[in-house]
Ligand binder design. Structure first.
Ligand code: 5GP
Length: 113
């Protein structure tokens, strides 16, 4: 995994990204190497290093992340055709950035996993 948390820099707007949505809890931006016509990342503003680290106190935040993912999927017109949410956790899943994020992928028929 990368040591530098590039997502924290994007959230703080220290480096550029195509930010689609931001509030006090989450930031959403387009993936720099999209794997589908629509590919964006829903990221909590606070650092949670992986899915393994979520706690009960984060339940509203996790629901909020899901809700924002769904809202933006609707806004991007991929909700009726369909889309996929994906969270990679640690090395075997290929987690590259040490900051929890939900991938939202759509805009074409995705390969079955
Ligand atoms: P992971 O493999 O950790 O689940 O996903 C990390 C994702 O972040 C990858 O799809 C990768 O393309 C994306 N990514 C990595 N660095 C940057 C960056 O600097 N800006 C943006 N917008 N996306 C990034």
């Amino acid at each position: 995994m990368k040591k530098n948390n590039i997502f924290k820099k994007i959230i703080k707007k220290e480096i550029p990204a195509d930010i689609l949505y931001q509030d006090s809890k989450v930031t959403v931006f387009s993936d720099i190497k999209p794997k589908a016509p629509i590919h964006f990342l829903v990221v909590p503003n606070k650092v949670i290093s992986s899915l393994n680290e979520i706690q009960k106190k984060d339940k509203n935040l996790i629901f909020h992340m899901l809700n924002i993912a769904i809202t933006l999927a609707k806004k991007k017109n991929i909700s009726s055709t369909g889309y996929r949410l994906l969270i990679n956790c640690n090395q075997h899943a290929g987690q590259e950035i040490n900051h929890l994020h939900i991938h939202v992928l759509g805009g074409k028929k995705l390969k079955s996993i």
